[in-house]
Design a protein around this ligand. Structure first.
Ligand code: XIL
Length: 359
């Protein structure tokens, strides 16, 4: 049975280790400590759940597995719970890979966040075929949400129901198949269907660039206000925080403050800070290392300063630099260094600063 993230006893993982969850896990953790120079678990510094994204392709890497078990409370599947993985062209669903991530998390006493049910960027042949038939489309839409949520009921401790609904300029909702067929109501319908499937599950609205574009943040917040006024079950706001190291100071703090003013719980949901994006003209990272450290500190301090009842958790988007999506999508000649641990699994100076700022 699942423990919901709000009441997830943060020390359960450690207690479970102490209670002997298996020799393999204990020895894996031992290797993790060695690989990270025997540092204290990162999660022991955070008075809220600390998460990281995960893919099944990484699970066979002993260092990755050991470090994940040692340092984090919570896993978010990086892509294998998205529609592009789960939904097959004939409309059937496959759960093999996400089930493995959930099982691994359970073995380690970690919670899991579901990411993501409805995203403008992904639809699928079975929905495209129903485009001209609104009633059938809506039935299939509700059924997808219901079936995925039901499969993970009791095993997933929060869902990003709708991901990235707002245009960067803040002028409107993004266009997508869901909106084309169901209108703006696609968002409310998704939350209603999710809540019906698992009434105890915290439902999250997640978006990015909220710290870059105040107009986008404003539109995001007006969407939230409308949903709450309409009685839509929405419990958590996610701010991805994929940022570059040249983001002006103060923007993360201001964003967290604005989001928290809604009274909802806040998930800092996909934190990474790119040096390469900041240094894209020169590719000289040294000019941005101090700035990156200051931003990691700001994220940690500002999140830690939120009322504890609103701290849903903080998730980093990858473990070691080589695990980052930035290095997979566009590695180029020089790899980015956006994360807390280096390729060898050592906590970097920026990671040490982040950990210190959490406390
Ligand atoms: C990215 C993953 O990191 C990649 O592995 C995948 O190929 C594409 O998606 N916002 C999100 C995440 O909500 O799902 C994205 O993750 C990063 C941006």
């Amino acid at each position: 049975m699942t423990t919901k993230p709000q009441d997830f006893p943060r020390r359960t993982a450690l207690a479970a280790l102490g209670a002997g969850m298996g020799a393999a896990l204990l020895s894996a953790c031992g290797r993790g400590e060695a690989a990270t120079g025997a540092i204290a678990p990162l999660k022991s510094h955070a008075p809220f759940p600390l998460g990281v994204c995960a893919m099944t392709a990484q699970m066979g890497d002993p260092q990755w597995a050991a470090m994940i078990a040692t340092h984090f409370d919570r896993l978010t599947p990086e892509w294998e719970m998205k529609m592009e993985y789960i939904l097959q062209p004939d409309g059937s669903l496959r759960f093999d890979a996400p089930d493995r991530i959930v099982q691994q998390a359970r073995n380690y006493g970690q919670s899991v966040l579901g990411h993501t049910l409805i995203w403008y960027a992904q639809d699928g042949d079975s929905f495209q075929r129903l485009k001209g038939n609104r009633p059938a489309f809506e039935t299939a839409y509700r059924a997808y949400i219901r079936d995925v949520m039901t499969h993970y009921k009791g095993h997933v401790d929060g869902w990003d129901v709708v991901n990235e609904p707002i245009l960067d300029d803040g002028s409107d909702l993004r266009d997508c198949l869901w909106r084309e067929v169901l209108g703006d109501a696609y968002i409310d319908i998704a939350y209603q269907a999710a809540h019906e499937a698992d009434p105890a599950c915290p439902l999250i609205l997640n978006d990015y660039n909220l710290e870059y574009y105040p107009a986008k943040r404003k539109r995001f917040l007006s969407l939230v206000e409308g949903m709450l006024t309409r009685g839509v079950p929405l419990h958590v706001l996610g701010t991805q925080t994929h940022i570059a190291a040249d983001l002006p100071r103060g923007a993360i703090r201001e964003t967290l403050r604005d989001l928290a003013a809604t009274g909802l719980k806040i998930h800092l949901s996909e934190l990474d800070i790119s040096l390469k994006e900041a240094a894209k003209n020169t590719l000289d990272f040294k000019d941005y290392r101090d700035a990156q450290r200051a931003l990691y500190e700001e994220a940690a301090e500002a999140y830690a300063a939120l009322p504890s009842a609103q701290q849903f958790g903080l998730t980093v988007w990858g473990l070691r630099d080589k695990d980052s999506w930035y290095n997979r999508k566009d590695r180029g000649l020089i790899a980015d260094e956006p994360l807390l641990f280096d390729d060898a699994g050592q906590l970097k100076p920026v990671g040490q600063a982040f950990v210190k700022a959490l406390g």
